[in-house]
Design a protein around this ligand. Structure first.
Ligand SMILES: Nc1ncnc2c1ncn2[C@@H]1O[C@H](COP(=O)(O)OP(=O)(O)O)[C@@H](O)[C@H]1O
Ligand SMILES: [Mg+2]
Length: 278
């Protein structure tokens, strides 16, 4: 696929692209994210090296790779946190993410969950979600302002999705580590991202929490695109559809988990240890 320049008003087939809201990606060709020859260097060291990646709209993609492969740097580029020296990054066919500030990408385009949960423990679970809807308002102002019925419906929706509706009036501090991770996913969902990036979502979770997280992430794909960066191969096996293996800043292999596992190049970079066992 070729990405178009931002002010191009014709699709690849020459048809007119019509009626897209300002930050609405054109996914008429099925692609939500397109990276071409992306290179990002730190003092001459290429953390990303001519990386190419295409995500289909609504897919669930797992990204794996040894330490230092460039996974976090890739997430930094997609979210606008770091800018590559070379390459192109398009959201749909029409939006050049390299021209968008990080805060704009974060609101409604790409939501990113970091490893460590950052919920407000003294606020209730419902208030934590509410806070993300009200944007940059402080918790104190948020608590004084009443949210609209529409916002309440959205909060209900998110709480049901993440399975914490029963606990909505409890302070977030009472939640287990796994529940806090779900709450944080909920805080991202409230902002309605088209792409959800989650970095090692199951680190430190109990077996039951891992299973529920797998179900949650699988259920979130379809209506949005979900990207999971994960070291836990047992977890990847539970959720994987298509897997991308990064190595030295480039895509080493891509395909089904079993195809990737059988790929000699993949086996080699994991130095004999099967990348997808345990
Ligand atoms: N801020 C930085 N300055 C210099 N080198 C960095 C920086 N961030 C990451 N790197 C290097 O870039 C490479 C990729 O890092 P990273 O994207 O964090 O890999 P991963 O998340 O796959 O473990 C590593 O070799 C790392 O040491
Ligand atoms: Mg990392």
């Amino acid at each position: 696929m070729m990405a178009l320049s931002e002010n191009d008003t014709h699709g690849l087939g020459g048809e007119r692209i019509t009626h897209l809201a300002p930050n609405e990606p054109d996914v008429s060709h099925g692609t939500i994210l397109y990276l071409e020859d992306v290179t990002l260097s730190f003092d001459g060291f290429k953390a990303l090296n001519k990386l190419n990646l295409t995500l289909d709209n609504g897919e669930l993609r797992c990204i794996i790779g040894p330490n230092g492969a460039g996974k976090s740097t890739l997430m930094d580029v997609i979210t606008g946190r770091r800018r590559p020296q070379e390459g192109r990054v398009f959201f749909g066919q029409n939006i050049d993410l390299l021209k968008r500030p990080e805060h704009e990408i974060a609101s409604g385009m790409v939501g990113r969950k970091f490893q460590r949960p950052t919920v407000f423990e003294a606020l209730t679970i419902g208030e934590n979600i509410e806070l993300t809807l009200t944007g940059s308002r402080s918790p104190w102002r948020m608590l004084r302002a009443r949210s609209t019925a529409l916002e309440q419906a959205r909060i209900d929706d998110v709480l049901t999705t993440i399975g914490l509706n029963q606990l909505r009036h409890r302070p977030a501090g009472v939640l287990s580590h796994g529940q806090k991770q779900w709450l944080e996913i909920g805080m991202l969902l409230a902002q309605n991202p088209r792409i959800l990036l989650v970095d090692e979502p199951v680190a430190g979770m109990t077996g039951e929490e891992v299973a529920r997280t797998a179900e949650l992430l699988v259920s979130l794909a379809g209506s949005r695109t979900v990207v999971v960066v994960e070291h836990d191969m047992a977890f990847v096996r539970k959720i994987a559809k298509k897997v991308t293996v990064l190595h030295q800043g480039s895509v080493l292999a891509e395909g089904s988990l079993s195809a990737v596992q059988a790929n000699p190049k993949v086996i080699e970079v994991y130095l004999g240890e099967t990348p997808c066992s345990n």
